[in-house]
Ligand binder design. Structure first.
Ligand SMILES: NC(=O)c1ccc[n+]([C@@H]2O[C@H](COP(=O)([O-])OP(=O)(O)OC[C@H]3O[C@@H](n4cnc5c(N)ncnc54)[C@H](OP(=O)(O)O)[C@@H]3O)[C@@H](O)[C@H]2O)c1
Length: 225
């Protein structure tokens, strides 16, 4: 039986919550007490993913935190924060219909363009271009779903980039509610070109060392991290 912590007011939509990263993030955030709405291109897929998570965490209908499901647009509409856990290649198709529903909301782009030199820009910048009224933050690229599922607490940093540092800051308490995950601000969204590409380095190292690697930045005074 999983122990769930005190619920929080923030409702988080996870677009692609049926996938590997989306599901493992949803699980960690539910365990930390946040309410989640799983988004999918298909309402049925979203409902099945939410049902399976509710079962795994023994969540009843009246439990808090709560898990809900909807098609992507409805999920964004009903949430305060939107996490994009979908492939970068799908951004051009999937994001324009979400533009209105994401207006004025914090949107976290987790996508890493594949292969390494696939794009001259970053997925984070692409998300901002497609969702101009949203506050896009890019991050979590180096946090693997396998580690989210297997490690507790984690031993990793999540480097967030955003044009307005306050947007990254507003994700701090949500993400740091995952035990062992520290948020570090990495600069404007343009720097997502670097943070996204770090994932390719880690995937290579995982093969070399048969490991599940992550990133820790040293030297940041604890009072400012
Ligand atoms: N996996 C990781 O450890 C990890 C770590 C850091 C970052 N990321 C990033 O997170 C994103 C999701 O990765 P993932 O490993 O979770 O992928 P995944 O398991 O393949 O899941 C992706 C989800 O995205 C949705 N989707 C929307 N358009 C799609 C399309 N054209 N093709 C395939 N799926 C589509 C699907 O949901 P519906 O069918 O329900 O719409 C699917 O469940 C990627 O951008 C990846 O770079 C992943």
């Amino acid at each position: 039986m999983t122990t769930l912590r005190t619920p929080d007011d923030v409702k988080v939509a996870i677009i692609g919550g049926s996938g590997k990263l989306g599901r493992s993030l949803a699980r960690k955030l539910l365990e930390a007490g946040h309410s989640i709405v799983i988004g999918s291109r298909s309402r049925e897929t979203a409902a099945a993913a939410a049902h399976s998570l509710a079962e795994a965490l023994h969540l009843g209908d009246s439990s808090t935190p709560q898990i809900a499901s909807d098609a992507n647009e409805g999920a964004c509409q009903s949430a305060d924060i939107v996490i994009l856990a979908i492939p970068e290649a799908s951004y051009a198709d999937l994001l324009p219909p979400l533009r209105e529903a994401c207006r004025d909301k914090i949107v976290l782009s987790t996508a890493v363009p594949f292969p390494l030199s696939a794009s001259p820009t970053s997925a984070g910048e692409k998300a901002q271009e497609l969702l101009p009224e949203a506050h896009v933050v890019a991050g979590l690229h180096t946090v693997s779903h396998a580690v989210l599922e297997s490690a507790s607490p984690l031993d990793e940093d999540a480097i967030l980039t955003a044009d307005d540092p306050r947007d990254a800051e507003s994700l701090e308490s949500l993400l740091q509610s995952i035990p062992g995950l520290r948020v570090v601000y990495g600069g404007p969204l343009q720097y997502a070109r670097i943070t996204e590409s770090l994932t390719h380095l880690l995937i290579r190292m995982n093969r070399t060392y048969h490991a599940a690697t992550g990133i820790r930045i040293t030297g940041i005074p604890s009072s400012t991290s």
